[in-house]
Design a protein around this ligand. Sequence first.
Ligand SMILES: O=C(O)[C@@H](O)C(=O)CO
Ligand SMILES: [Mg+2]
Length: 259
Amino acid sequence: MPKFAANLSMMFTDSPFLDRFARAAAAGFDAVEFLFPYDYTPAEITGAARAAGVKVVLFNTVPGDWAKGERGLAALPGREEEFLEGVRKAIDYATAAGCPRIHAMAGLVPEGADRALMGRVYRDNLAKAAALAAAASLDVVIEPINTRDIPGFFLNRTEEAAAVIADVGAPNLKIQFDIYHRQIMQGDLARAIADHLPLIGHMQLADNPGRHEPGTGEINYPFLFGEIDRLGFDGFIGCEYKPKGETEAGLDWFAPYRS
Ligand SMILES: O=C(O)[C@@H](O)C(=O)CO
Ligand SMILES: [Mg+2]
């Protein structure tokens, strides 16, 4: 049976962040993920997860100045030190929380940028991040993101992520396969999951259009969950969707999988 993680940056957002861990547990989730923990101390994050009895399975490294529109640093020339500083910070939080993986966002392509240079910086940075993470027994994941939600994002397609991983050659560098982004950019979901399965470290879901609960759009999630199970994917699927109403009221889709 697929294993699901509640995304605490998008679900239960009518509660303060640290209270969302307990709401996720009460809704039947054993695991959670979120974008960033950095407004809290590692002890606060770890304490909230332990008190709720949920595992933390993913969060992002420091993405630059999110409020100013930055969306990651991994491919940005001139920001290498800052990127690695953010990776080290994420590793400290992940180690405290027992979280097995961190997500390094590529970043936006600056106006007139040299994409080839960005590709080299991306690979160099990811090699260093993967080495730092390996020393702490963690994986690093990279996520192709659709160009509609984040115009100008550097990494958009599954095959590009696979090529970067092949070039870097670090066994702990993997794909964060977000089904919603893949559907918008490329579709062919079941085939793409099967083709890339050995490289996939984490998955995420939302329906399309709207990025709401499974069952609100065009993606046949019951079929895909069956495929993911049949293929033997043993990682987590993060529920990274915007609930249409109250989070709990939109969890009918989750009933067959609830622990
Ligand atoms: O899909 C997303 O948007 C996220 O997984 C993320 O990490 C960056 O926004
Ligand atoms: Mg995602």
